[in-house]
Ligand binder design. Sequence first.
Ligand SMILES: [Zn+2]
Ligand SMILES: [Zn+2]
Length: 232
Amino acid sequence: MIYPPRCMGCGELTEADFGLCGSCWRDTPFIGGVVCESCGVPLLGEADGHRIECDDCMKTPRPWRDGRAALLYEGKARSLVLALKHGDRPELARPAARWMAQAGRDLFRNDILIAPVPLHWSRLLKRRYNQSALLAQHLAREVGLDVCPDLLVRRVRTPVLDGKTASERAETLSDAIAPHPKRMHRLQGRDVLLVDDVMTSGATLAACTRACLAAGANHIFVLVLARVAKDA
Ligand SMILES: [Zn+2]
Ligand SMILES: [Zn+2]
């Protein structure tokens, strides 16, 4: 396009199309170094060749195999995620998907199917787009893998889960998410990479994972734009 690239953090013109100007880049909490294999949160210490997990994932074992996150959900990253989700700024998805491609590089394997966490249609009408589907589509293009934007659907509208206990969340979600009846054949015996914008407790991703496994998928992996970390 002929528009000069602008920083998605502050709107200033930037030299290159990396999404952020130098100062916003420095202020954005990108995750690097040693991370939890299950949720991607950064951990202290050094890799010793064994699987490393955070306290959260040891306490609540994840039904998926491995997970990664591009950003810590705080400061500038939080405002970017909120702008993508509620601010009607779909153009943020492309650079965000690039960061996810970088963070998730250990997860990509041949024939893995990328699929977003679904949004109920009533929320879709209000927001105009499913930010997770948008991230999944840009990610698939970035890494050259298949994507199925409606692999999973929400059968009932689930209430906002903030403030609920883990068991309340799991119960609310258990029957809400299922594979699209017409997409069932796509996940048979196949590895699936679930994509979402934010991981908080992981309850929604766990419900999506169980739905895929119950329908015959092989291994499930998760990749999110931002991970909420308790003690970050
Ligand atoms: Zn900036
Ligand atoms: Zn973890």
